[in-house]
Design a protein. Structure first.
Length: 81
């Protein structure tokens, strides 16, 4: 998958499965956790999804607001592998 496909896939999963608002227009640099759209349980669910969908394991110490708060940060982490 290229970067845009990863971004679109993650945006769709976050809006549909985690914040449960299919029509929400999530911005690339929007604070997902700091903005109150997702909590720590959702972050754990996102981690499981990333591992199953992209075969990328993100260790618990990396599942932080600082490293996973925006779509840009999440996409970057997935692409890093």
């Amino acid at each position: 998958m290229n970067e845009q496909e990863v971004r679109d896939n993650l945006r769709r999963f976050i809006t549909v499965a985690l914040i449960r608002d299919r029509g929400y227009e999530l911005q690339d640099d929007e604070g997902i956790i700091t903005g109150g759209l997702m909590d720590s349980f959702s972050l754990a669910e996102l981690s499981v999804y990333i591992e199953s969908e992209f075969d990328v394991y993100i260790p618990d110490p990396e599942l932080t607001v600082e490293q996973m708060d925006t779509l840009d940060l999440i996409v970057s982490r997935v692409l890093k592998g």
